[in-house]
Design a binder for this molecule. Structure first.
Ligand code: TEU
Length: 582
């Protein structure tokens, strides 16, 4: 029998503090702002908050560049504010997990400041320092790197940063290069060094002692670098990411973390980037057995890659059948061992209704359909702030509206290199793909700044705040918000939603996704049938023979629908139905 765990039964709500609620009118969301909304979160019914980084940071990457793990960013408040938030959440039976960013630190972290000070600094080996290479001995062009005029060197390997440009920066002070898989202000920690692991684990304990309920682990499958830091093979289109993910010591490091710091009552979710991951690896990461890494679950990226084209700025249409292939693979792969997370967007991804639904005519219906999917698959659902309103992508019109380093770096480099003339050349793709789509302020009401702040917000408010906002959603019982609230509360009543088996019924259908969830109980099977029409046109659904004419009630639907049994039916645009066969 499946072991019960609170984190399997929970619904997690993700808060991006910079964009959630500003209490002091500086245009930046903050912790007191979140405290003001704890009541809101309790009303919605969520069980756990994942807080994006709130630590001291120069904000080269909005807090993912940490300069002090044990201090709160001034803009967000104080440690006392944080404690008040923790207590307010716990008083409402809402747990709190914190972002753990330990693949890299800020270049302004004391460790790195010491590390870069000299070749034999105490903390030199906390990071990856290497001598450069003679350009003649490589295929690299020294002009592609930013070195002083008298330095004729290229970096130790050809890796590129995820945020464009080289993954190595030359440092004048000691004449060596340091590795950063992200921005140059985010140097990678050297996990091979025992002292690094000791310090990281001690820091994690320090937070656990402060009563948190777990961690979301940022790009945790990058911490083990391949031996010898070999070049990626450009001929075979092997990128840094293929080189650097799930490295040789990853299980050793996570195993040590599990033994020294973690326990099974914590929610630990590892962000695991990369393309298709062998399910064996996924099971190892999430296995609670001895020898497993013991993470509660991971975030994989396979469904986030379905609309990715070949080039950096390329998007292609995603197909429902491909989405089903990915999700089925994970549903089945972690059915007996391990556990799934369920998400369709977060602070790094476009808004899900714009990407996987229809954010115009059927915004409301498709937002509800996607919610139905996330809350009826097997796994733990994650709601990203604003998702519960059906918030959409932002209509970017100029470079001035963009804030994200992952959008700005490649854009500026492309303009400089002359491969694009200006923003207009990439406007469409920024609107579809930029991480900033998810980072516009939470829409609380229809006022100028959406009730997020009294002053100019740090990033523009979506103009559709005039009709998409918390106030309007709460006032309308047929809203996306109420639908979310119902789904969240249903999870508490029905074990089948958490622990039931998943069975796909329509693997190849182009617009229909139907599946059952089944839980064996003392009084027989508890069965739900979920039917989703991923299309703006009507679609006919014919139930499989063993379900046809079975007595059923409509448990959840995004249209008016009343039934007494499971029958052949025509589903309306983006219609979602959950039949209760119990
Ligand atoms: O993200 C990892 C990451 O590289 C992707 O999520 C990336 O942002 C996405 O593919 C879109 O390009 C994590 C954090 O979630 C992100 O906010 C940080 O910028 C990044 O790590 C570095 O810490």
């Amino acid at each position: 029998d499946e072991e019960r765990r609170w984190w399997k039964e929970a619904v997690v709500y993700q808060i991006y503090p910079r964009s959630f609620n500003d209490s002091d009118g500086d245009g930046v969301g903050d912790i007191p702002g979140i405290i003001e909304k704890v009541e809101y979160l309790a009303d919605l019914g969520v069980d756990c908050i994942w807080l994006n980084p709130v630590y001291e940071s120069p904000n080269a990457d909005n807090g993912y560049d940490i300069s002090d793990y044990r201090a709160i960013m001034d803009e967000f408040g104080t440690m006392a504010d944080w404690e008040e938030l923790r207590d307010a959440l716990h008083e409402h039976d809402i747990r709190l997990i914190m972002d753990l960013v330990v693949n890299h630190t800020s270049d302004e972290h004391a460790w790195f400041v010491d590390s870069r000070s000299s070749r034999d600094a105490d903390k030199r080996d906390y990071y990856w320092w290497r001598e450069g290479r003679d350009p003649e001995a490589t295929d690299l062009d020294p002009d592609d790197y930013d070195t002083p005029a008298d330095v004729d060197e290229v970096p130790p390997n050809n890796w590129e940063s995820f945020f464009d440009g080289p993954a190595w920066t030359y440092d004048d002070q000691t004449g060596e290069w340091y590795l950063h898989l992200f921005d140059r202000k985010q140097p990678d920690l050297n996990w091979q060094n025992d002292a690094v692991r000791d310090d990281v684990f001690e820091m994690m304990e320090w937070w656990l002692d402060r009563g948190i309920d777990g961690f979301r682990m940022d790009v945790i499958n990058l911490i083990s670098k391949p031996d010898g830091l070999p070049d990626a093979d450009p001929e075979h289109d092997v990128k840094t990411i293929d080189r650097a993910v799930n490295g040789p010591n990853i299980h050793e490091y996570l195993g040590e973390m599990r033994d020294r710091v973690l326990d099974e009552d914590l929610l630990t979710v590892g962000e695991m980037i990369g393309d298709e991951m062998p399910l064996e690896t996924a099971r190892r990461y999430t296995s609670q057995e001895p020898g497993g890494d013991g993470l509660s679950m991971i975030f994989h990226f396979e469904h986030m890659l379905l609309d990715e084209g070949d080039e950096a700025w390329d998007v292609v249409d995603w197909e429902l059948s491909d989405l089903k292939v990915v999700m089925d693979r994970w549903q089945e792969g972690l059915a007996d061992e391990g556990w799934n997370s369920l998400y369709l967007n977060n602070h790094d991804q476009p808004r899900m209704v714009s990407r996987f639904g229809n954010d115009e005519e059927y915004r409301r219906e498709s937002a509800k359909l996607l919610a139905t999917l996330l809350h009826t698959l097997r796994g733990t659902p994650y709601i990203y702030q604003g998702e519960e309103l059906g918030m959409t992508n932002y209509p970017f019109d100029s470079l001035d509206e963009v804030r994200d380093v992952a959008t700005l770096n490649p854009l500026r480099n492309a303009i400089e290199a002359g491969t694009i003339d200006g923003f207009d050349d990439v406007k469409d793709i920024v609107r579809v793909k930029s991480r900033d789509n998810a980072r516009t302020p939470m829409q609380w009401d229809d006022s100028e700044h959406a009730g997020f702040t009294d002053d100019d917000p740090w990033i523009p408010v979506n103009p559709n705040r005039d009709h998409i906002n918390v106030e309007a959603e709460r006032a309308d019982s047929a809203s996306v918000w109420h639908y979310y609230r119902d789904l969240i509360s249903l999870r508490k009543d029905r074990d089948v939603l958490v622990y039931g088996d998943y069975d796909q019924l329509t693997p190849d259908h182009e617009s229909l996704w139907a599946y059952t969830r089944t839980l064996e109980t003392a009084d027989g099977d508890d069965t739900l049938l979920v039917v989703l029409n991923f299309d703006g046109d009507e679609t006919r659904f014919e139930p499989p023979a063993d379900l046809a004419s079975e007595p059923a009630e409509m448990l959840v639907s995004n249209y008016d629908a009343d039934v007494e049994s499971v029958e052949t039916t025509t589903l309306r645009p983006w219609e979602a139905r959950v039949y209760d066969l119990a």
